[in-house]
Design a protein around this ligand. Structure first.
Ligand SMILES: *Cc1c(COP(=O)(O)O)cnc(C)c1O
Length: 452
């Protein structure tokens, strides 16, 4: 008899593998359906190998290893929650701002049931999906009108496409920034059909540079907040109020890309002062745009505030439809804005809870961890991150763990469940309580015990 057929006949059945003691825990964790899928896929592979080469491992233990690998890969293919012990609050790679409890609940509610996204309960007719968020943004900032799009990069593209296509946009050479992920302001301008006119020098731009560059073809002066780098030394940029006055006198628009979009003054926490949205509007910017998931502490979004007539032009542009946000974003954004309306953002929005968390409280947590797992408590710095407030930091207390091989320790912490992300300095593994949620502490301590 043919070797191949003999081998094929020795392959276990789906049912016998399903009943194998080694897979019972996997069935509990992943559910029967996924385990059956994993078994079928491993059996198919084994059959192919046998038919191709008359070879193949038909023993159960080899198949079960393959099934476990399949399930582990399956788990990796969805977003996995982790513990951020880096002390970087708005960590772009780890998902930027965490949402408040009520913002989380609002998203779940919007996902589970039909809602008033575009429905006016009073009239029974179609309503605007923007109405409620727009009203709140106007109340909070004093802007005439508001628009919410997919993210701040979209906001810039929409503004430039709708208001500066085939016209000139004057911008300081000190502000031609890369906003991350390889996206640069000049490239965004080119894509939207606006012509970039650079003025000044990298370190110094004066109001007279702008004056000289404005011409009939000019559509706007764009200020881009250098949110992810800091220039120090022999540097100069005109104040926004000077730019808006010049723009008005020459009949062009003044647009301010704030990046982070703080509504609360960061200086009260010992950080640099991050320009606020209210200040930009008060300084006369025609339009201001910023991200929803940086210092606002909400969902990913691009928020555009400013003059009524400009916002209505933006809303009519076909890109506005392409860049619009969904019900989940609105639900989370409205719930986040509600915290500001009630004056409770510092207590309720995780970004602000973390920024405002007192040092003594952080030190107590670090000391508690040290008692449980060893190591020592050392001073250090947490950062806001997310391209906000570069070069300034919040004093913090860190748990420092000595390690023969800190890189290996970091790697092992990434493999725990949930994974822990830490950092290394001076050959020690450092863990910052500021960005660890209280409900994650038990898992964190278990992970640390497993590696020390
Ligand atoms: C972060 C940032 C952006 C991009 O915002 P996203 O919401 O990530 O698209 C644009 N401009 C500035 C100045 C920024 O800091």
């Amino acid at each position: 008899m043919n070797d191949r057929q003999a081998l094929l006949r020795r392959l276990p059945s789906v049912d016998s593998l399903l009943a194998h003691s080694a897979l019972q825990e996997q069935i509990r964790v992943y559910g029967r359906e996924l385990v059956v899928e994993a078994i079928r896929s491993q059996l198919d592979n084994a059959r192919k190998r046998i038919l191709d080469s008359a070879q193949g491992d038909v023993c159960e233990s080899a198949l079960i290893n393959g099934i476990e690998d399949f399930l582990a890969r399956e788990e990796d293919s969805s977003l996995k929650s982790l513990i951020n012990a880096t002390g970087v609050i708005i960590h772009t790679n780890l998902g930027r701002a965490l949402l408040s409890k009520s913002a989380q609940e609002a998203m779940v509610g919007a996902a589970a049931a039909y809602n008033t996204l575009e429905f006016d309960l009073a009239t029974g007719k179609r309503g605007s999906r923007l109405a409620q968020a727009s009203q709140m943004l106007r109340d909070l900032t004093g802007a005439e009108d508001a628009l919410v799009v997919n993210n701040n990069a979209s906001a810039l593209i929409l503004i430039l496409s709708a208001l500066a296509k085939e016209r000139e946009v004057v911008i300081s050479r000190g502000q031609l920034v890369e906003i991350g992920g390889g996206f640069r302001i000049p490239a965004i301008m080119r894509e939207s059909g606006a012509k970039l006119v650079e003025v000044g020098a990298t370190n110094r731009t004066r109001i007279s540079d702008y004056e000289a560059a404005l011409a009939d073809r000019s559509a706007m002066i764009l200020r881009v907040h250098s949110s992810n780098f800091k220039q120090i030394g022999f540097v100069e940029q005109p104040a926004l109020a000077e730019l808006t006055a010049l723009a008005r006198s020459r009949g062009v628009l003044a647009v301010d890309d704030l990046g982070s979009g703080a509504l609360i003054d960061t200086a009260q926490f010992g950080l640099d002062h991050e320009p606020t949205v209210q200040e930009s509007l008060a300084a006369g910017a025609d339009l201001v745009c910023f991200s929803g998931d940086k210092l606002l502490g909400g969902p990913q979004a691009g928020i555009i505030l400013g003059k009524l007539n400009l916002l209505s032009q933006l809303k009519r542009h076909s890109l506005a439809r392409a860049l619009r946000v969904d019900k989940l974003t609105y639900a989370a954004l409205i719930a986040t804005l509600e915290h500001y309306r009630r004056g409770e953002a510092l207590q309720k929005a995780p970004v602000w809870q973390m920024i405002s968390r007192p040092l003594h409280d952080i030190r107590e947590t670090a000391e508690k961890w040290a008692e449980e797992v060893g190591g020592s408590v050392v001073g250090g710095e947490s950062t806001v991150g997310g391209g906000s407030l570069p070069g300034t930091a919040l004093p913090t207390a860190l748990l420092a763990l000595a390690s023969e091989s800190p890189n290996r320790a970091l790697e092992r912490l990434r493999q725990t469940n949930p994974p822990v992300i830490a950092r290394i300095a001076d050959g020690r593994v450092l863990l910052d309580p500021r960005t660890v949620l209280p409900e994650q502490e038990t898992d964190l301590l278990a992970a640390l015990k497993s590696i020390v």
